[in-house]
Design a protein around this ligand. Sequence first.
Ligand SMILES: NC(=O)c1ccc[n+]([C@@H]2O[C@H](COP(=O)([O-])OP(=O)(O)OC[C@H]3O[C@@H](n4cnc5c(N)ncnc54)[C@H](OP(=O)(O)O)[C@@H]3O)[C@@H](O)[C@H]2O)c1
Length: 307
Amino acid sequence: MSKRSSFRQALIGGVAAGVTAAYVVRQRQYAAAATRFRFPAGKALITGASTGIGACYAERLASLGYDVVLVARREAMLATLATTIQQTYGVKADYIAADLSTAAGMDTVVQRIKTGQDISFLVNNAGFSTTIPFSELDASVVDDMAQLHVLATAKLTRAALPYMIAQHAGTVVNVSSVMGYMAEAYHSNYCATKAYLNSLSGALAKEVGALGVTVQALCPGLTETDFHTSAHYDAWDKAAYPAFMWQTTDQVVTYSLQHIREGRSGVCITGWLNTLLVQVVRHHTVGRPLMRLFETVMRWVTAQTAS
Ligand SMILES: NC(=O)c1ccc[n+]([C@@H]2O[C@H](COP(=O)([O-])OP(=O)(O)OC[C@H]3O[C@@H](n4cnc5c(N)ncnc54)[C@H](OP(=O)(O)O)[C@@H]3O)[C@@H](O)[C@H]2O)c1
């Protein structure tokens, strides 16, 4: 073996050992931070809390001792959940029925945050998607999605941060999606608005991290909720996606809270499969062929499951 090739091998081995050691040390630091961490008592405001991921956050945060303020449009569902939470966890549970895709709905919640000066955990979770070509989307739906995902998240976060910074403690979770890293046909507006959330959260995490505030963009993949049963999803075939790709709301929220316990901020992708997907699609040279291979395997798995 020539001197040059043995040097190259030693270099590769050294780098691999260094990366592995750094990974192990980092994991130990996360584990140690999680052991020390306690969620402080306070008040959590959760948007899109009537069902799905938002309702799960409401219950999990209440179980950690947070009083909760639930926000969504369906008042009866919010009232029922608030009662259940109060009875089960012994915390206070209020609710605000508001349509966050309207200026009036947004302002109601912004005013609640500003005047209360008590929100220490904000979850911007309300959202929806569509599955038809962008050119056929009703203009009002384009507007609603931008208002709900982009404007409402930005305005509620802007309203909540000064109190958190003054307390030197607080958490903002913006529920985004792995789609925020993708450019998927028929989900164009959804992908674009979720990309905004990833970018906003990453930058804010750097801005306010040293001030004691954690900002997270939670990026779930396919999650079992009512999300795919809305009228916007009529043309979508859930059965085309095999069971191993789906997560429960509880799994998704566990990833989010565990990252916070571990002292991590910025993007939190739920699970190794979703992380792999995101890494693949972000690398254009290898990403496209790998995605095509993945889609072929998916079609095969689906055909086997169906037969
Ligand atoms: N399920 C998935 O596969 C998946 C994957 C990645 C990311 N996500 C994200 O997770 C978040 C929660 O979705 P989910 O899966 O839990 O779906 P979901 O069960 O349909 O819940 C959506 C929530 O948003 C609320 N909402 C929708 N439009 C609203 C509006 N204009 N004003 C106020 N509230 C509104 C809904 O309540 P009302 O109808 O009562 O208003 C509901 O509580 C969304 O941001 C979604 O993009 C979901």
